[in-house]
Design a protein. Structure first.
Length: 101
């Protein structure tokens, strides 16, 4: 092959007098230690601001009920009946947890 094609290299921003990388041509500044800690602090502040749902076993119970229904379709209707009952119980409990917190 001929040498007409040049390899593309990743553009790296130039270093300033302190040896830190500055803004590159696209205007995006390279991360510094202070900026990363500010971003981490902002993420923690947002997480504290929003209330997360509490832990619940209802989704796992619902998944087990769905698995029992599928297993019952392949083997015996008894498993499907138990699976449908498990889905109903898990769904009622899950909705109750969401409504009453």
């Amino acid at each position: 092959m001929s040498g007409d094609r040049t390899r593309s290299r990743r553009h790296r921003p130039a270093r300033d007098a302190d040896g830190q990388r500055g803004a590159d041509v696209r205007g995006v500044a390279a991360p510094h230690g202070d900026e990363t800690s500010a971003v981490a602090e902002l993420g923690q502040h947002d997480a504290a601001e929003h209330e997360l749902p509490h832990e619940s076993l209802s989704p796992i119970t619902m998944a087990a009920g769905i698995a029992l229904v599928g297993f019952g379709l392949l083997t015996s209707p008894v498993f499907s009946i138990v699976g449908i009952a498990t889905i109903g119980w898990a769904l009622a409990r899950w909705i109750g947890e969401m409504r009453h917190g």
